[in-house]
Design a protein around this ligand. Sequence first.
Ligand code: PBG
Length: 319
Amino acid sequence: MNRFRRLRKSKAIRDLVRETRLSKDDLVQPFFVIEGKKKKETIAAMPGIYRYSTDLLLKEIEKLTKSGGKAGLFFGLPKFKDSQASAAYAENGVVQKAVRAIKKHFPEFVVITDVCLCAYMDHGHCGVVRDGRIDNDATLPILGKTAVSHAEAGADIVAPSDMMDFRVKQIREDLDKNNLPDTLILSYAVKYASAFYGPFREAAHSAPSFGDRKTYQMDPANSREALKEAKQDIAEGADMVMVKPALAYLDIISLLKTNVDVPVVAYNVSGEYSMIKAAAQKKWINEKDVVLETLTAIKRAGANVIISYHAKEVLEWLK
Ligand code: PBG
């Protein structure tokens, strides 16, 4: 009979046989960008995360790269919102300006931009609203233009998070037409209509003013749909696919890992971050241990890349 404890008998042996290791190379830090100078705004539900103007954002990226960080995901809070999300694809939009500055100072840093319209629409939905409904096909050209504007500013990867059907195809075609064949697409292919996005909507001022996102984001009760979404996005040209949120969806990460042949990215979202922060502030849990266990579990489930608000702290811990 096997004595299982032999493999656990010392730290050195445990280290030797460990299957999953978090690495600095796995982590992506999300950032919120605002207009202006010397601005750093707190986000009540996300302690440790701020909205930065570009000048201060560059300082944050410098810190991140010094601790081994290699990639960031960028969200913009625009000067104005309207019914066509026109600030989303403006050449001098908040994200476009930030991306140009980042690429100028940190050419090697991997810049991923979130392509969505919710923060740019006056109604807070991810697509064009017609007669109270989200019009899929009317939204596609706006998403295409937005992705092109990000790529022209220097984004390495564009990440559509809107959940309109056929947006990956539209974006790939528009990028190629605009001579941007090397820009990658990371599709938020498997994005659930999750209550874990609450703190993000405070951070990005992107809560819908009516209804919810359940007609475009997926039902948390479904898993087989995840494969359909991912496979279609890959067929349309996605270079990587995302599962979001991560922690309550480890089965979905695992499902994708065994069934698709592109990198699988997991988004450890705002609500997952806030829950840990809140419990840690009350000293109910050991923050560092819980964070490392959580991210290791996400990787063990099959994620190649993890987007997490904890990334900057984890990079320090992994030093
Ligand atoms: C935009 C978008 C959202 C998130 C990423 N992109 C919010 C939403 O769909 O309402 C959530 C990220 C997080 O919670 O950290 N559509």
